[in-house]
Design a protein around this ligand. Structure first.
Ligand SMILES: [Zn+2]
Length: 144
């Protein structure tokens, strides 16, 4: 593993270079001072999506909508996973109602949908919610 990682700030999308040894020390964005790895999901949308695909950590996207019951019941699991994976994977939520064009570009046919990106490219996709152990196992099988 390299001794530093490039990570976009979840708040302002600025790229931060963070020493790998300091990933667990709640690093803050050099630009806006927000936590770079908050251990919680952050909001994705048309405005920040391509910027958030950058960097050295994989990005797991939960495509959801407020009217979708399974999406709402999956939300706490997704948040827990964000805490578990804090320094290994970034977790973002994409509201498919608020960002219909982006959802269409991603080819979303059902929600919730989980899409894993690495180096800016989709590497895996899962339709439907998973319990936390299965979610972590699925990500593990993808090298997260
Ligand atoms: Zn920032």
């Amino acid at each position: 593993m390299s001794d530093s990682a490039i990570i976009p700030c979840p708040s302002c999308s600025s790229l931060n270079r963070i020493p790998t040894a300091r990933l667990r020390e709640a690093p803050r964005c050099g630009h806006c001072k927000a936590e770079v790895l908050p251990g919680a999901p952050f909001e994705l949308g048309q405005g920040n999506f391509s910027a958030q695909l950058k960097g050295d950590l994989p990005l797991l996207v939960d495509v959801w909508a407020a009217w979708c019951g399974p999406c709402r019941s999956f939300a706490p699991t997704f948040s827990q996973a964000a805490g578990e994976l804090r320094t290994r994977c970034r977790l973002g939520k994409l509201d498919s109602e608020a960002h219909q064009q982006l959802s269409a570009q991603l080819g979303i046919r059902s929600i919730p949908s989980l899409i894993l990106f690495r180096d800016g490219k989709e590497v895996a996709r899962q339709s439907g919610a998973l319990p936390l152990p299965q979610l972590l196992a699925w990500l593990n099988s993808q090298g997260v």
